[in-house]
Design a protein around this ligand. Structure first.
Ligand SMILES: NC(=O)C1=CN([C@@H]2O[C@H](COP(=O)(O)OP(=O)(O)OC[C@H]3O[C@@H](n4cnc5c(N)ncnc54)[C@H](OP(=O)(O)O)[C@@H]3O)[C@@H](O)[C@H]2O)[C@H](O)CC1
Ligand SMILES: [K+]
Length: 537
């Protein structure tokens, strides 16, 4: 797994490196040459334009420009001011060095000059704004960013795409859309989240020093980005020797007279995600219609109230059913009522692995008056518990119903309030979003984000089913449940990509994602087995 550091903790690593004798100036030179190497690796280099800002991000750009120039690459630096007028000492020194080496420089060009320059440029190096960026890009950077994005040139961003917050992943104004981002020292949260995902393109980490890894670990990473090889031991390898029971059994509890689709999608997803045996328990009035549409999955009719949701007579029945399965998912389409709140509360008391999603989470919010982080005793249990809130549900769980977390870092913070209140390793909060974090008491794991196609109705129900199936199939220690959930998110994402390929990124529906789950897991398993060739030949 790759560590992810908050921006202010990156500064601690910088300070640590200085203490071991690697100065910021040395780091800047290594950063610039890492950028230059990546530009050369991109190949087919005609001309390169390096857009430099006035801070050390710009400094990296000047070093890269001089390095490229030294290798005979046609490179031009675009700078807001003449090298002599750069305020930052470090940036001014490297700018003047590049100038002395004969690098051609264009100072404060008007827009039409920028457009003309870009029309003949193959590769743009974006060294305008880095981790020192705040607010929205001021002139001339807002203009330069717009011209760069419109130019069609290949773009390599230094450290972070200019205009993007390296911490929150939000971009309030113009933001460079890069093909590649070479980030210095370590991943930052903003690169992996929300707008960050689309702005960065491929992310390459340049460690710059061999002490970086140790210093990064000591700086207590805010999260870890999962790599495929982290998943190798998480699920049993597919083998023919298994019978349906050894692949675990899943009980899905949900539905109401108002919502019949959600529990069906969750149950189908659990089956497609390899659970050996799936049962669906729904309120009695909707059982026949659902059973008619799902041959392979037995549907159990439980007592319902006049409101079409589970009544209190269902509570003990659900608990007895759950005790006989290896994992239970509660919540999809269930609505919030005294009966369903009772069902969730009773399931929390059982000793079976439990996934709580959708209205199951809203039942917990009801039980805890929107402060699940203040009722650890409710969530603490002897068996694994996975909560899978999207940002609004997460906000409702921690008293932020009016201001739900708006970024990956804010979502991780909110999830940690619940997990750390509980303090046990049995609890994992999967904070879903365009970037998802699987937060456990020891570690937050970031799966590779899925495609936009996942933003379709029912996609969350599908993920709940996949997580329940994986929980039923695996026997990982509690500490590894965040990694297990991360794998479930990646299988879900990969299935989204397959569905998008078949039906278009806007046409893919939850049912298409469900039908692709098994293929997605096989494909990822193959990539794990043959990492270099991206899967078996
Ligand atoms: N982490 C490391 O070990 C290394 C990092 N390097 C590079 O250094 C940058 C961070 O450099 P820093 O000088 O702290 O900040 P930036 O260069 O990102 O930007 C600061 C300048 O940008 C101006 N600024 C800030 N916001 C805006 C805005 N919205 N519009 C216009 N200009 C803006 C800022 O001026 P202010 O007065 O607004 O503060 C500064 O002029 C890091 O990203 C790495 O690339 C080292 O070189 C290598 C090691
Ligand atoms: K940049």
């Amino acid at each position: 797994m790759q560590p992810v550091l908050n921006v202010e903790d990156v500064k601690r690593v910088e300070a640590g490196l200085t203490e071991v004798g690697v100065s910021i100036s040395e780091l800047m030179h290594r950063a610039g040459s890492a950028v230059a190497s990546e530009v050369i690796r991109m190949g087919d280099l005609g001309s390169v334009a390096v857009f430099c800002g006035l801070g050390n991000n710009g400094g990296d750009g000047w070093v890269a420009a001089e390095t490229l120039h030294g290798k005979g690459v046609a490179v031009t630096v675009v700078s807001p001011v003449d090298p002599d007028d750069i305020q930052g000492d470090l940036a001014r020194v490297v700018a003047k060095s590049a100038q002395a080496a004969g690098v051609s420089i264009v100072v404060a060009p008007p827009r039409d000059k920028v457009v003309e320059l870009l029309s003949g440029t193959d590769v743009v190096v974006d060294a305008m704004l880095g981790t020192g960026f705040h607010g929205t890009p001021r002139a001339p950077f807002d203009i330069w960013i717009a011209c760069i994005n419109a130019s069609g040139a290949r773009v390599l961003s230094v450290d972070v795409p200019s205009g993007l917050s390296a911490q929150t992943g939000l971009a309030d104004g113009e933001c460079v859309i890069a093909d590649t981002t070479v980030t210095m020292l370590v991943l930052k949260p903003g690169l992996l989240s929300d707008s960050g995902r689309d702005a960065c393109g491929a992310i390459i980490v340049a460690p710059l020093a061999e002490q970086t890894e140790r210093l990064t670990i000591e700086a207590d990473p805010v999260a870890w980005r999962a790599d495929l090889d982290d998943y190798v031991d998480v699920l049993e390898p597919a083998s023919n020797a298994v019978d349906k029971f050894s692949r675990g059994s899943v009980l899905v509890v949900g539905g109401s007279t108002r919502f019949v689709g959600a529990p069906m999608m969750a149950a189908m997803a659990a089956a497609r995600a390899g659970a050996g045996y799936v049962t669906l328990a729904v309120p009695e009035p909707v059982a026949p219609i659902i059973q008619a549409r799902m041959m392979e999955i037995p549907v159990l009719a439980l007592p319902a109230g006049r409101d079409g949701t589970f009544s209190s007579e269902a509570i003990q029945l659900v608990a007895e059913l759950a005790e006989k399965r290896t994992a239970t998912l509660v919540g999809p389409g269930m609505r919030v009522s005294s009966g369903t709140v009772g069902v969730v509360s009773r399931l929390l008391e059982t000793k079976v692995p439990l996934v709580v999603d959708a209205d199951g989470l809203n039942c917990i919010s009801r039980l805890t008056s929107n402060r699940a982080d203040e009722f650890p005793e409710l969530l603490r249990r002897a068996a694994p518990l996975v909560l899978t809130p999207h940002r609004r549900e997460l906000g409702r769980l921690v008293g932020l119903e009016d201001t739900p977390p708006a970024s990956l870092t804010a979502a991780m913070e909110a999830a940690r309030r619940i997990v750390w209140a509980d303090g046990g390793s049995e609890l994992t909060v999967v904070a879903k979003g365009s970037a998802t974090a699987c937060v456990g008491v020891d570690v937050a794991v970031l799966p590779k984000p899925g495609p936009a196609a996942l933003a379709t109705a029912g996609s969350g129900d599908v993920l709940g089913g996949v997580i329940a199936a994986f929980l039923a199939r695996s026997n990982v220690d509690n500490e590894d449940i965040p990694v297990l959930c991360s794998l479930a998110c990646e299988v879900h994402g990969y299935a989204g990509s397959i569905a998008a390929e078949r039906f278009g990124s806007r046409g893919a529906m939850a049912r298409d994602i469900i039908d692709a789950l098994g293929l997605a897991e096989d494909a990822l398993e193959e990539q794990m087995a043959f990492p270099d060739s991206g899967g078996a030949e």
